[in-house]
Design a protein around this ligand. Sequence first.
Ligand code: MN
Length: 325
Amino acid sequence: MTAPMPENLVSALLAGEKFLIFTHLRPDGDAIGSAFGMRSFLNDIGKKADVVLPTDPPARYLKFGLECLRSADPANYDTVIALDCATRDRIADGGAMALLTSEERFFNLDHHFTNNVQASVWNYVDSKASSASEIAAKIALSSGRKMSPHTARFFLAGMMTDTGGFKFSNTTGDVLRTAALLLDHGANLEELVNILFFSKPENQLRFESELISKQIRRNCSGRFAYAFIPQEMLDKYDFSLKEDEGLIDLLREIDGVVIAMLVHRQSDGFKVSLRSKDPRYPVAPVAAAFGGGGHLMAAGATLKCDSFEEVEKLLLEKIAKVLED
Ligand SMILES: [Mn+2]
């Protein structure tokens, strides 16, 4: 699925003057880093660019100062970019994509191996890339144009969140070389680490502590750890799952755990998040079996079940099979 950067992509992209940038629903650090990094880079080189975010991003990212639009009309722009969006229905466009009359200047830039956006002309999907932010940074760096510290900071923030602070298996030599170039362009690593990893609100820490002490279950000889998050617990600690990025790592961190799963109830069913820490036991096929998607080692799905017990039974069966192979 890995594709090289299409020839002329950078020059074709930068031929635009007014850019409209989209990322995915429930934006995470990579969504924000790639979209706002691209916007900042385009501003660096004298172009107009807007990011659409129909809903507020997680609180930790507000520290970056995110100027964005709730919705926009593509007719006011000559180029449209989607970053980190695996499917069309995951594009947080505030309804704008439906107004797009031509896809000639629509750029689909992503790293999900399940990407099926299929822009009619410009697609750059590199599933070997750690993050959409890495792809956006490579486009900016390869242009040879100027890049401000503000831009480098966004790209590095996105790369750091999708690699778990360069801890996950998607941290290649290439990732570290690109990160080094972003540091050379003025990104401040200490500031980013403080914002991204050392800024947990106390109510979240208390919520996490109850999650660990009361909700964790182990199965498959301890190699599968999972937890259900009841709504009452979220209410008790005034914690929102909008801020859940990294939460599943609490389970992944446990010694002996190979696959971690978090489950919570949503209006349309039970949302299941899965992580693996051993590439011999990927979770993407598990998510796919339930109509979901994601990456090999980090994936998710929504199950239309009546109870958590039903979800638990279905997932236990599948994960037990994965772990015995
Ligand atoms: Mn991503």
